[in-house]
Design a protein around this ligand. Sequence first.
Ligand code: UDP
Length: 443
Amino acid sequence: MSKRLVLFPLPLQGHQTPMLQLANILHSKGFKISIIHTHFNAPNPNNHPFFRFHPIPKTLLDSKASIADVIGLLNELNEKCVGPFREVLAQIVSEIGGVACLISDAMWHFTQGVADEFMLPRLVLRTSNPSSFVAFVYMSVFRDKGYLSSKGDRLERLIPELPPLKMKDIPILGTCDLEATYELVRDMIEKTKASRGVIFNSFEELEGPALATLRQDLQIPVFAIGPFHKQARPFSSSLLAHERDCISWLDCHAPKSVLYISFGSIASVDEADFVEIAWGLANSKQPFLWAIRPGLVRGSDGPAPLPNGFLETIAKQGRIVMWAPQDEVLSHPAIGGFLTHSGWNSTLESICEGVPMLCLPCFGDQMVNARYVSDVWKVGLRFENGLKREDIEMATKRIMVEKEGIEMRHILAYLKQKASLSIAAGGSSFTSLEGLVSHIFSF
Ligand code: UDP
């Protein structure tokens, strides 16, 4: 009888998509799949006819279910979901049976305790990358050394323990409630260490050094089996509707001529920065496709407060959508650059399509991802000091039309090939996935 895996995604776009992709990959290896999920941002079962879905009773007041305060939301979910999750897991274990293990998001730290009660092995999926996870593992060191109180010029200094990261790249710096964020990170790391292994959506050739550090520091098996989206069967896990007509607009553009701009599903910018980005794009004269989702501009959840005269100015140059089919956009021949908030899914999707990045990280792991894109992999530029329209204009030209962009594309072509090879028979991710399957069979 084939074994059943119980997966529990965090109900945020950038976490749910890779968990469902992982579910598809493991299903293709012969496992039966049960997905436990919250009502908040529930996945659509119709897109996954081979999986069983198990909603947990409504645990959050609608007023609390907001992504505007992500740390508050994550703490609330970790507190409120314990009882209901335990009940649903008990039902699956006793009524369906054959459960080999639980695979839950690293941020669902409470699930380690519940898994222990059932004597069920737990594997962790960390939906961000190994390099930023190293920074999270070091967070208690940063705290003891006083790095978390860095201000002013000190923010530009290198972190001696983790170059080329700078103090300003510390993933929790600048969060409204530093202590609450620190505790969440501490719990995530402790409960990951207590698990039976951690899975990453990355590959050895891209992040070998970080993976080696984690294998040494965590002392649990570490599996790098990405990129997931190049292995999972295609399905939609989008929480917002994709505006697909932008693809025919892209069809009318020359190869590598369009800059794509998106800040993912959670990040937000001040209105003043939003205005600078808008005019910087217009002044670059480069064609662009901009995904402006509701809530992108802090304090506004209605239509985007585009500056006066902007739409008229860019009528022939730009296209604005609320939510783009990003995978399709990035793989379109017309795309030549990506202005991104540096979420991990976006970063990996861009690397896999060979698209150079302009990084405007907002918080958390995005800070580390952006540093790696610019200083380690050298496949993009990071905006370092504030945001002026001239910087956006110049940086756009640097990656779209100047020599720097061409050099980045060469490196990206190499990384793209390494990503494909890693998931082919005998490749690093292929082999790591085989190791993961054997590991699960050993429980
Ligand atoms: N995405 C999309 N359309 C958009 C913007 C984003 O489909 O207009 C997808 C994108 O392809 C990625 C995910 O949303 O898979 C965002 O994840 P990421 O980790 O980049 O950022 P987060 O939203 O978690 O901050």
